[in-house]
Design a protein around this ligand. Structure first.
Ligand code: PXL
Length: 273
């Protein structure tokens, strides 16, 4: 069999949904991580006509069966990955499948990023229950780094939404974590702990409600890390990328309400504009 490994290019498998309209999950992660020069391999957990945040009567296809079949095929051809990045899951079963995937496809050189997609704005997404939260806790324990927003950090730790972010960070009990969407007066930003080293980044808060911000941040963070950046420098780079994307989006509102206009930033960085 012809090998597909050892090309010298970093390869990330992205275990996440494909929301066809509404920029989040795979439709954000694939272009952004590709633009960082890494090969992306999607493993869709679901295919949706739109994301669930604001469209009516969306259609969802659960991909659990396909996930198992694709994973079995990848095992049979000896596929290898430098990074495993996970996002949205339909079910506890998919999270357990992913735990096994991490055990089968990672070693000490594999970067495992878990973005524990569970909720936002103080609430668990309507499609999830306590058992999803419990399964996500278990998945987070296998990660090198996790990127919850404040709501997800509260859900994972079992704390109230008003709990200060630095307390949430302590209680998460993982080696490396970045909490996103941390409000501080007129600002919003990130509070991270990388092996005991704290870092806080603040950006100007714009009073607009946006979708897929966490996906843009986590994808850029993944791309930075795959380029050999330290966790600290990757956080700084991804925070800048996300802030630029939010600024571009703000120029396109109200029409561009359903996701971030990250393409404007990629285009500018490619020096095409
Ligand atoms: O960005 C988080 C997310 C991922 N996947 C789907 C979603 C959302 C947020 O609404 O609807 C399908």
């Amino acid at each position: 069999m012809v090998s597909i490994n050892g090309t010298g290019m970093k390869r990330a498998v992205l275990i996440n949904d494909l929301s066809c309209i509404g920029k989040c999950s795979l439709s954000v992660a694939m272009p952004i991580i590709s633009a960082y020069g890494a090969e992306t391999v999607p493993l869709p957990t679901a295919i949706l006509s739109t994301h669930t945040g604001g469209f009516e009567n969306y259609v969802v296809r659960d991909m659990t069966e396909e996930m198992s079949a694709f994973i079995a095929h990848w095992k049979s051809i000896g596929a290898g990955f430098d990074c495993i990045y996970t996002g949205f899951f339909c079910s506890v079963e998919q999270m357990k499948l992913t735990e096994q995937f991490i055990r089968d496809f990672s070693d000490e050189n594999t970067l495992v990023i878990v973005d524990p997609v569970l909720g936002d704005w103080g609430e668990l997404y309507g499609c999830f229950s306590d058992s999803h939260v419990e399964a996500m806790r278990s998945l987070c324990a296998l990660a090198d780094v996790i990127t919850p927003n404040v709501t997800e950090a509260a859900l994972l730790t079992g704390c109230g939404i008003e709990t200060p972010a630095d307390e949430l960070l302590k209680k998460l009990n993982v080696r490396n974590a970045v909490i996103t969407g941390v409000r501080s007066g007129e600002n919003i930003g990130y509070l991270a702990d990388f092996s005991g080293n704290r870092i806080s980044i603040e950006k100007e808060y714009l009073p607009i409600r946006l979708h897929g911000t966490g996906d843009v941040f986590a994808s850029s963070f993944c791309g930075e890390l795959l380029n050999g950046k330290s966790y600290r420098d990757a956080l700084i780079g991804a925070a800048d990328f996300c802030a630029e994307s939010i600024e571009e989006t703000s120029k396109r509102l109200p029409a561009h309400w359903y996701g971030l206009a990250f393409e404007d930033v990629l285009k500018r960085r490619m020096k095409l504009s």
